[in-house]
Write a protein that binds this ligand. Structure first.
Ligand code: ADP
Ligand code: MG
Length: 317
């Protein structure tokens, strides 16, 4: 590598410490961290492989952002406060301008959420980025996938489907430098940490939508041992999505598209009555259905159960 490993770490990843709970950060054999008493440590890690989790030629800034964002989204889904991150980078070559962009994307998001990069690893290899994020939550208040109960009301945040629409534009040859809001939504999805905190002790179950609403909702239902019934007419379809794709294709993007990092969560009926208005004041959330006894996910249109397949809807009797 033209720039040596140590110079590279020094230049792009070692920064002045800003958290008093970091006793020792980047530079020693390992970081020394001081978790707060009485709170559980929450840990998540995700790996992004070029060509699989992000596009070949994706801007460094977006890759740096995404690698941290996907992990922060997992902490949001637990209702956790993120604190520390580790970054393992495998690079085919040292391209300083790309690395500078990458570091910028990472650090801007880290600073937004008060997260400090405390260590990592840097090796030569195919372009692969692994980030681990650590945070805290009071154990009794942690959000889990497994608490949904029949009678609960189901919500999703924001406008899922937009990131998938943006990705589609890029796959069709759209410019990575585009400032189209859908493209930006894909390249720079924002984790819902504030909403996660607001749901602590309130939501009966929660998870983040990374692989598509329908599939992820299936996981929440399986973990909770319940069935979800969603009303397709209630899905949040943004005007942008509607304008670009029309109603039917937009619904498919909302249900099947990934990479938005919105939160899917359930509230008991009483909690929904009590807290929904307050949540709505602070966050874009939409009620999309209910939880009932049973298994799996049912989609309804005009009171009829419809099947959502990859290629469209098929009514079944
Ligand atoms: P070791 O050989 O002990 O694993 P390294 O030479 O790999 O140490 O790393 C030196 C220091 O730099 C360590 O504190 C490590 O955590 C940190 N580090 C290495 N790569 C990164 C990176 N990409 N981002 C942040 N810190 C890093
Ligand atoms: Mg090392």
């Amino acid at each position: 590598m033209a720039l040596g490993e140590f110079d590279l770490i020094d230049r792009f990843f070692r920064r002045p410490s800003r958290r008093s709970d970091v006793l020792l950060g980047v530079g020693d054999d390992a970081a020394l961290l001081e978790p707060p008493a009485g709170r559980a440590l929450v840990a998540a890690t995700d790996t992004l492989v070029e060509g699989r989790h992000f596009l070949h030629g994706a801007p460094g800034r977006s890759v740096g952002h995404q690698a941290l964002a996907v992990n922060l989204s997992d902490l949001a889904a637990m209702g956790a406060d993120p604190a520390w991150a580790l970054l393992s980078l495998s690079l085919p070559e040292v391209r300083e301008d790309w690395l500078e962009d990458f570091a910028l994307g990472f650090h801007v998001l880290a600073d937004t959420h008060g997260v400090e990069l405390v260590g990592g690893d840097t090796v030569r290899g195919p372009l692969v980025v692994t980030v681990e994020v650590l945070g805290f939550v009071e154990p009794a208040l942690a959000l889990r996938r497994s608490g949904a109960q029949p009678g609960d009301v189901l919500f999703v945040s924001g406008s899922p489907g937009e990131a998938a629409a943006g990705l589609e534009m890029l796959r069709r040859g759209g410019s990575m430098d585009s400032d189209d809001p859908l493209v930006l939504r894909y390249l720079y999805a924002q984790p819902r940490l504030e909403l996660g905190r607001a749901l602590r002790g309130r939501a009966s179950a929660a998870m983040d939508v990374s692989d598509g609403l329908l599939g992820d909702l299936g996981k929440l239902c399986a973990a909770s041992g319940v069935c979800a019934r969603i009303d397709l007419a209630e899905l949040p379809v943004s005007d942008r999505l509607l304008a670009a794709h029309g109603r039917e294709a937009s619904e498919r993007l909302v249900l099947l598209g990934g990479d938005d990092y919105e939160l899917l969560f359930t509230l008991s009926a009483a909690e929904a009555d009590r807290g929904q208005a307050e949540l709505r004041r602070d966050f874009p959330i939409t009620r999309i259905g209910e939880i009932e006894a049973g298994r799996g996910v049912l989609c309804e249109r005009d009171g009829l159960v419809v099947q959502v397949a990859g290629g469209g809807y098929d009514h079944f009797a």
